[in-house]
Design a protein around this ligand. Sequence first.
Ligand code: NAI
Length: 245
Amino acid sequence: MRLKDKVAVVTGAGRGLGKGIALKLAQEGAKVVVSDIDINNASETCKEIQQSGGQAIAVQTNIAKREDVEQMFKEASEKLGEVDILVNNAGINRDGMLHKMSDEQWDQVIAVNLTGTYYCTQTAAKVMRERQYGRIINIASASWLGNIGQANYAASKAGVVGLTKTAARELASKNVTVNAICPGFIETDMTRGVPEKVWDIMVSKIPAGRAGKPEDVANLIAFLASDEAAYITSEVINVGGGMIL
Ligand code: NAI
């Protein structure tokens, strides 16, 4: 119970990686704000946490809207207390080759992955710096270094790395750490959408010989969110079974 009574917000926690993270943080004793644009899935995650004896609330949030984000943090502090841990996990992909990419594909991905992460980070950081405590963990991606068909996604995730490193430097003296995690290829609804042939190619590039599981990422997050990780900040950590894109 490394996170006993800490309050954690996990965005995009209705399914996939975010759900795995929310369940793990709850297992470690955190009170979890299960935030997602899809309230049905968020409520399901919330129910699972409550059924195993944990504390959680579900909040419908579109992180690309500042007013939604502010409302989510307000509800969190009223119902569970001030936020100690923020996991910026919600993200989307709208893949396509650069020469065929529409402005809409570009704008949607930047709005959610980068601007949404900025809204959540800024809102949390204002309170964390006053309270002189906080843990912010951003889910970037191995794709931030560039990946064919993902100009929008890679740019958004590279932006998340830049935001992470800047926020980490600004907040280090306030006992707030900010780190980014780059998952490689993790089995979730997002990746299950790829054709079987692509799946096999992706897995063949992973030295560990398998796709990752949400728990593989969640275990690192639980550590980074704990007091044990107080001196670790501004890091970009890969969780990819040895995969390099
Ligand atoms: P997913 O598509 O299974 O889940 C994403 C969740 O975010 C969904 O519950 C969705 O409703 C929610 N969401 C989408 N737009 C939102 C918005 N505007 N506001 C609030 N919630 C929103 O995806 P997955 O695989 O779980 O990915 C989670 C994060 O991990 C994303 O940031 C993704 O880019 C990143 N990632 C995933 C990898 C993988 O292999 N699955 C690899 C590298 C990074």
